[in-house]
Ligand binder design. Structure first.
Ligand code: NAP
Ligand code: MG
Length: 487
């Protein structure tokens, strides 16, 4: 029993409520999925993917190199010219629907594997990642034979072979964001998942195999950064879709300059969550927690900068601290867990580096006392107050459960502060006044702005950024337009 201001506080130990792993099947070793077959990597090399919650090895995964990427692109080109681009669109739609249904049937398995491989809570992978991934396939399947209605009065053509590179924070969902619209528009795909989270993309390859999708339409090549670079640099790829860090995005933009390849970049963020004094405070506090802590801050659009109107700042900060004390950090497979594991040792080191910088910069840190599992990579939820606009922790993307808090007095001041970063991915506004919401949504330079909610996604709604958060949109008709030529 602990005490808080001399009042005894019971520290509740939740009863175990673990999601089982007996129903999932993971192979010891995974090869590359090229031309509808499982192919050994030409280097003969494999790398391990681990569970960041306990550091146990889950599987070995093939390390694809330039030669393998070349094989995959050739398979995708052949499938494009001979089968997929000439197939009636309604037939293409049937395959995409079939993939969606098979994913749904295996939703529980996909959710558990996502949690094991990425460290995210089962609550998130079960309720967000997997259902949204299925819904993207359902949604784009619907468009496949209606492209002339999606882009009225235009002749719609597919592009060809799409090279797609995705990050580790939403592995299956990012694969769905990329593959579903590409297939619906008649393109074929070579996709590379991130090195720390390749397993659900490989499970998706098994599902694609089971769906009977013609060989070569989707190829999955696992590996490291150089595998991604081989896709970017391949001369027979027509479009690159990249989601990841701004640094790698810039390198990719340089690499494709002058090649004629189409490019979309979904990059980093440093999104502002703004609370006005007329906001429903408890709801706003919950939204802030949801926006940055429930996902270990591993969301590109995480609300990592909080701006609170000065006259309610003390109240909001006190409530936030109280709420942090009730969050449960630990085994991501436990359905009670609010904060799971950090995706990798490297990412944990990066986050800790920023926490150290924050302290050195003179910001005031607050972390609740919570027990951290001995094995695995974990970071307690962290608040920084007394933050200056120029502080590194207020400017750079940390990609962890670290929230900076600043105050403001007027609307103009908060717009200026919120826009003052190199990024422009998302923002949240908490207020009772509709007119204020509309005013801010037009003045905040962010691709997505949520009002009195945060981190809500839907396949019909476009997502993407301004400035260094990238260009191009995914989701909705905008997402489809990146995969077509309008002539
Ligand atoms: P990352 O290091 O940029 O990696 C992203 C992907 O690119 C990985 O598959 C990576 O392979 C690969 N890659 C690395 N170097 C490459 C190169 N030179 N050429 C081609 N591909 C290369 O990003 P991350 O750390 O995985 O992901 C976190 C970042 O993604 C954050 O900045 C986050 O904001 C951003 N993100 C943005 C969105 C959005 O929609 N805007 C969504 C999710 C995440 P390896 O894994 O082998 O390094
Ligand atoms: Mg892993």
């Amino acid at each position: 029993m602990a005490t808080k201001k001399n009042i005894p506080v019971v520290e509740w130990e939740y009863a175990p409520s673990l999601e089982g792993t007996s129903h999932i099947q993971l192979k010891k070793q995974y090869d590359l999925f090229i031309d509808g077959k499982w192919v050994k990597p030409s280097s003969g090399k494999y790398f391990q993917t681990i569970n960041p919650a306990n550091e146990e090895v889950l599987s070995e995964v093939a390390y694809g190199n330039e030669k393998d990427v070349d094989l995959a692109v050739k398979a995708a080109r052949k499938a494009y010219t001979e089968v997929w681009s000439v197939m009636p669109a309604a037939e293409r739609a049937k395959y995409i629907y079939r993939i969606a249904r098979l994913m749904q049937e295996r939703a529980r398995e996909l959710a558990v594997i996502e949690t094991l491989d990425a460290g995210k809570t089962i609550r998130e992978s079960r309720d967000i990642d997997v259902p949204l991934a299925c819904n993207h396939f359902f949604y784009y399947a619907g468009w496949a034979d209606k492209l002339e209605y999606a882009f009225p009065n235009r002749k719609v053509e597919s592009i060809g072979v799409a090279g797609q590179i995705i990050p580790w924070n939403f592995p299956l969902l990012m694969a769905a964001w990329k593959i579903a619209p590409a297939l619906a528009a008649g393109n074929t795909v070579v996709l590379k998942p991130a090195e720390t989270t390749p397993l659900t993309a490989l499970k998706l390859a098994e599902i694609i195999e089971a769906s009977g999708l013609p060989a070569g339409v989707v190829n999955i090549v696992t590996g490291f950064g150089d595998t991604g670079a081989a896709i970017v640099n391949h001369t027979d790829v027509d479009k690159i879709a990249f989601t990841g860090s701004t640094n790698v995005g810039k390198m990719i933009q340089k690499a494709v300059a002058g090649t004629g390849k189409k490019l979309t970049l979904e990059l980093g963020g440093k999104s502002a969550n703004i609370i006005f004094d007329d906001a429903p405070i408890d709801q706003a506090v919950e939204g802030i927690i949801n926006g940055i802590f429930f996902n270990q801050g591993h969301v590109c659009c995480a609300g990592s900068r909080l701006f609170v109107q000065e006259n309610v700042a003390d109240k909001v900060i006190a409530k936030l601290k109280d709420r942090l004390n009730s969050l449960y950090l630990g085994n991501p497979l436990d359905k009670n867990t609010d904060i799971g594991a950090i995706n990798s040792k490297e990412q944990l080191e990066t986050i800790n580096k920023y926490i150290k910088i924050g302290k050195q910069e003179g910001a005031e840190m607050y972390q609740p006392s919570c027990s951290i599992p001995k094995k695995g990579f974990y970071c307690p939820p962290t608040l920084f107050t007394n933050v200056a606009q120029s502080n590194v922790i207020a400017q750079e993307e940390i990609f962890g459960p670290v929230l900076t808090i600043q105050t403001f007095r007027t609307v103009d001041e908060v717009i200026q502060k919120a826009n003052n970063t190199p990024f422009g991915l998302a923002a949240g506004v908490w207020t009772d006044k509709g007119s204020r919401i509309f005013n801010l949504t037009t003045k905040l330079r962010a691709g997505v702005i949520w009002a009195n909610t945060y981190n809500k996604f839907d396949p019909t709604s476009p997502f993407g950024g301004y400035k260094e958060s990238g260009f191009g949109r995914e989701g909705g008709l905008h997402g489809l337009s990146s995969y077509v030529k309008l002539v």
